[in-house]
Ligand binder design. Sequence first.
Ligand code: C2E
Ligand code: SIN
Ligand code: SIN
Ligand code: FE
Length: 433
Amino acid sequence: MHSEFGADDPDIAMMLRLQRKLEELERRLNKREAEISQLKRRLNEREEQLQMLQREVETLENQCLTLVEESKRQIKQLQLLLSLTAGINSSLELRSVLSNILSAAEEITGAEASSILLVSDTGELVFEVVTGESGGVLKRVSLRLGEGIAGYVAETGKPIIVDDVTKDKRHKRGVDEVTGFKTRNLLAVPLRLNDKVIGVIEVVNKRGEESFDEADLKDLMLLAELSAIAIDKARKHEALQELFISSIRALAAALDARDPYTHGHSERVTQFTLAIAEELGMDEESKKRLELSALLHDIGKVGVEDAVLKKPGKLTEEEYELMKTHPEKGYHILRLVRQLEPHLPGVRYHHEHFDGSGYPLGLKGDEIPLDARIIAVADVFDALTSNRPYRDAYKPEDAIKMMHSEVGKHFDPKVFDAFMRAYEKGKIKPHGS
Ligand code: C2E
Ligand code: SIN
Ligand code: SIN
Ligand code: FE
């Protein structure tokens, strides 16, 4: 049999099969290759994704670290601020509030010196408290709004960092010339109260070579916010205190006015008392306490009837005993006002005598509170140099002679000496002089 294609030839048939096999293999190979390159592509994509994720993780990690660092720093600053503002708020006296603010400002910003300027009634910026070498001198300087760096901050309400004041045209060079203090760099922030600029805090010369930075600015702004509230509180307290004192003055004057002979007595006794306290070197707090005590010393006379108080002659024994209840009456009236407690001793014991012969308790020497020993001298000098319904005024020299014989008996010798020094300096101005 004959075959056209020779298909029956076993060799050819083998070849064909091999060829098909090869083709088949090639197809499968191609397919594998395609699969492999696809896998490779996917692998690459995965790798890229992985790298991206890794970068993201790194960024997140960094952010976390920064956040932790930042919050650690913030917590530290907050703690510092809190302890400092506790100090600021521990006093209500404006001057010490301002000093406390400045110590805090220097501590948190690492400054060499600092100052607080407050806007005055006339709209000027006045240096209120200044630390560092320029201290005393700067307190006499004031700036117009817009003048100097502080004036710029007050006018715009914007904080400012100046790295080199010699290059800042706003800097008022005259200030450094007056003080001799060399300002290198400064940070100034406004003191704002209810959207109104009431002043400026300036910190000067960062310790170390670099200048103040944004973190210092943020911290000082926060301190300024708390400070403005503390300043406001202190100002209100002082206004209230003044109102309180003037109410007491009015009350004492009204009491003196009941008796034409004692007109102005409380006010003069107060002046003499303060002059003696000054000679004795007493501190501001004691002088403030003495001022009100002296104004109030005879307040108990409101409880003594007119017939006795205004009697135009010597008192009977009985009337005098009634009169002698006035320190105790005053004490019981004032005792009801908690704020007046520090003034009670001066009122209650101003008629005690140094030798124990006075009233109401007959206290002796140091048992008598010093405030009362001082008021006693001031009181008698004014009584003797004023007209009374039962006698005319003594001349100051005669009054002093009379009092001299009472030293160690009625009066504490130390207090009387202080009174005499004040008198000789012209600080005691008797009634009618
Ligand atoms: P006052 O008139 O303000 O006198 C205060 C104190 O100054 C007196 O306290 C007394 O220590 C002294 N003093 C005043 N005037 C004289 C004086 O002429 N001679 C001397 N040696 N000391 C004088 P005192 O004695 O405890 O009296 C308390 C208050 O009693 C007096 O305050 C006054 O309001 C009243 N008073 C005392 N004596 C008389 C009196 O004879 N007649 C009248 N109407 N009131 C008298
Ligand atoms: C200014 O604010 O320009 C003067 C105050 C200072 O130098 O501290
Ligand atoms: C006295 O203590 O000497 C009496 C007061 C007076 O005479 O006014
Ligand atoms: Fe009295």
